[in-house]
Design a protein around this ligand. Structure first.
Ligand SMILES: [Fe+2]
Ligand SMILES: [Fe+2]
Length: 172
């Protein structure tokens, strides 16, 4: 039986993952609108992955016989000044999510909820990857932002992203 403090923290994280999904969807729409269709595709896949993260926690609560409590998701930011600003915002968002994941890990550990600790280990590793990816895109875009040809090359490269096959099941 999961302790209520842990259940509340997991429910809060489900909301955070769904908020991230919603926010990446808005970023995808913005990128498409300014004709960065590769970035738009990249963010749409990113949005789907955040949804998978939420469902991982959703299924975990249900598997442990705990109550899922879905709460309101705030409206995401829909407007940006450039595609670079979109990635900078996404990077900052991932850093905030890392802090939330670490806090949830601490709550689970403190409550000796070792089943949750094991689940959260997947998320801790995932955040290392997420931050690395975002940091690299931001750094490369900042370098080439004034060169349209290079920006279009990068848009094409990001547009080659494919949904993670089996990524959803990994660690679930
Ligand atoms: Fe996530
Ligand atoms: Fe993420």
């Amino acid at each position: 039986m999961l302790n209520q403090v842990v259940v509340d923290a997991i429910n809060a994280q489900i909301n955070a993952e769904l908020s991230a999904s919603y926010s990446y969807l808005a970023m995808s729409a913005y990128c498409e609108r300014i004709n960065f269709t590769g970035c738009a595709r990249w963010f749409r896949i990113q949005s789907d992955e955040e949804h998978v993260h939420a469902m991982k926690l959703f299924d975990f609560l249900l598997a442990r016989g705990a109550a899922v409590q879905l709460t309101a998701i705030g409206g995401p930011r829909n407007d940006f000044g450039s595609v670079l600003e979109v990635f900078e915002t996404a990077y900052a968002q991932e850093q905030r999510v890392t802090a939330q994941i670490n806090q949830l890990y601490e709550v689970a550990f403190g409550a000796k909820a070792f089943d949750t600790v094991v689940q959260m280990q997947w998320f801790v590793n995932e955040q290392v990857e997420e931050e690395k990816t975002m940091r690299e895109v931001v750094a490369r875009m900042a370098m080439i932002k004034d060169d349209p040809a290079s920006m279009l090359d990068m848009d094409r490269e990001l547009g080659a992203r494919t949904p993670e096959a089996g990524g959803a099941e990994e660690g679930a």
